[in-house]
Design a binder for this molecule. Structure first.
Ligand SMILES: Cc1cc2nc3c(=O)[nH]c(=O)nc-3n(C[C@H](O)[C@H](O)[C@H](O)COP(=O)(O)O)c2cc1C
Length: 213
């Protein structure tokens, strides 16, 4: 473990990116630009982000999900509504998202309010998925204890036989959209003088501040 950690000592890339040039821009367009750059570069799964939610005890929990689209400025991902995250979003819709693109030495922190997307949007997305994923959505009781693997395999078989043609979308599975109210753009710079630009929603506008690294 110690040797492995040593490998990452002082491993900040010698980047000289400056986020000040982004001042005066809309945060969503900055996000789109940075995302496109990450997607065309070497960051595998650039659309994966950490989603953090919290429960009634204010205990936060995080997991990775995929960003699937941005609809009317809202960030959309898909999941099981009865999963741990689904239950926590119901209790507290204030969530945070974190993108990290190591090859660009960039991080984007986003905060916002999470609500279910319109069922027609979930239907359209579900329809576009491969059959195996559709059956998987029915078979997996996401976040529940798994009795054993045979149990899951049997449920997959059961639903595969039940829906021999079209697989309908389960009503416990669908999309969430996050309406953003904060963006923080972080760019790695030399000697740890990292650059942070924070946008906070102010009505239809955004207040901008430059933070100490
Ligand atoms: C790269 C990656 C992408 C993932 N994408 C999703 C996703 O889009 N939706 C989803 O429900 N789970 C996704 N997962 C699984 C989640 O991280 C998590 O294990 C699962 O949703 C259960 O989370 P919960 O019990 O906290 O609700 C992904 C995991 C990884 C590692």
């Amino acid at each position: 473990m110690e040797d492995a950690l040593g490998k990452f000592r002082d491993n900040h890339h010698e980047f000289t990116q400056d986020v000040s040039s982004e001042l005066g821009r809309d945060p969503l367009s900055i996000f789109r630009d940075w995302f496109e750059k990450a997607a065309e570069g070497n960051d595998l799964e650039a659309n994966a982000f950490v989603l953090s939610t919290s429960n009634l005890d204010n205990q936060s929990s995080s997991r990775i999900v995929y960003l699937k689209e941005i609809l009317e400025s809202k960030f959309v991902f898909y999941t099981n509504y009865e999963s741990q995250k689904g239950k926590e979003i119901l209790i507290n819709p204030k969530v945070s998202m974190l993108f990290f693109w190591p090859t660009l030495s960039r991080q984007i922190r986003i905060e916002g309010i999470c609500t279910k997307v319109n069922s027609s949007i979930s239907d359209a997305y579900f329809k576009s998925r491969p059959r195996g994923s559709k059956i998987g959505a029915w078979a997996s009781r996401q976040s529940d204890d798994l009795k054993n693997c045979i149990d899951l395999e049997e449920r997959i078989k059961e639903y595969d036989e039940k829906f021999d043609k079209e697989v309908p979308r389960p009503n416990f599975w669908g999309g969430y959209q996050i309406e953003t109210n904060l963006f923080e753009f972080w760019s790695g710079r030399k000697s740890r003088l990292h650059d942070r630009l924070v946008f906070t929603r102010n009505g239809d506008d955004w207040d901008v501040s430059h933070k100490n690294p």
